[in-house]
Ligand binder design. Sequence first.
Ligand code: PPS
Length: 331
Amino acid sequence: MIVSEKEYAVECWTGEMSALLAKSPAHAAKLCHEYENVVMVYYIPKKGIEQTKRFKVRPDDVYIISYPKVGTTWLQQIAMLVRLEGDLSFFEGKHIITMVPFLEICTLPDMTAYKDKEEIMSGPTGVEMADAMPTNTPRILKTHVVPRWLPDGLKDNPPAKVLYMARNPKDTAVSGYHFCQLVKPLPTYTWHEFFEEFIADRAFYGSWFEHTLYWWKLRNHPNVLFLKYEDMKQDPRKAVIQIAEFMGKSLPNDIIDRIVEASSFKFMKSNESMNPDVAFNKLVDLTKEKSFMRKGMVGDWKNYFTEDQNHRFDKLYEEKMSGSGLEFGFE
Ligand code: PPS
């Protein structure tokens, strides 16, 4: 019998059922594992997380740190273009996803092809890729890990530069829901299910609040630049200049303009070296006109949140954010 890729993945993957996962929809729990009280998708294996904790930070590294689905890839593109001083020829035959190692991920190319979870859990990782980079080449690295899993050398007082990206949690949740529909090894939640998981901190990578507020507290650290998706949408040129200055680059106007254009949603979506659909290859379900580069806008949450969900979310947001001084645009 021919089954869909998702059904196939569910059949061949038996995630360990923990008390935390037992609260998730059964079909989703089957595709996830728990690590230290956080629900994780299986291609972010325990091995990758533990290697990330022990990862050796180099002072000339630049870290792109974020909760998933907040515009990380956009920031990767800008940081890389700043480093390359706008030289797009470097992208030929390469992809932005592989230029910036994603520390904790299993880098096997087609995870739906593996029947045995041990193969994925013990496969190569982004940490191994980063460790193999020569010491005379400054690295740009990506991680989504929750604050307590950060490399020891990066916690609280980072000796290397950290670009932190944040996005309002309503649009983040909607983007996360769609990402799960797109990527084959991820659970296919209904919107209602994903919303409940997100507010209960059972979405992949746990709590948006914990992640975002940890870095917000470090926003005045000289090695931290705290960026908001909504501000970047409103004034991308300002963001590029800010990022370039933070990375120690003084770039002329024409190069800044080139970086702004080459990091726009439209440009990235239509470019094979920049659209993650191309790099994800077998992991992405490109039927039904889905794409990683989905809408790239502020306020799409309004098309998904019911009145009741919005009310519940606003209450939670008020509780968690009160006194933080951190505000987001939602429109
Ligand atoms: S991931 O998988 O966690 O690394 O995803 P991440 O890159 O953080 O977030 C994906 C969302 O960012 C949008 N995106 C952009 N928005 C504006 N401009 C540019 N250049 C851009 N590139 C990516 C992408 O469309 C996802 O958001 P949604 O809301 O789903 O469209």
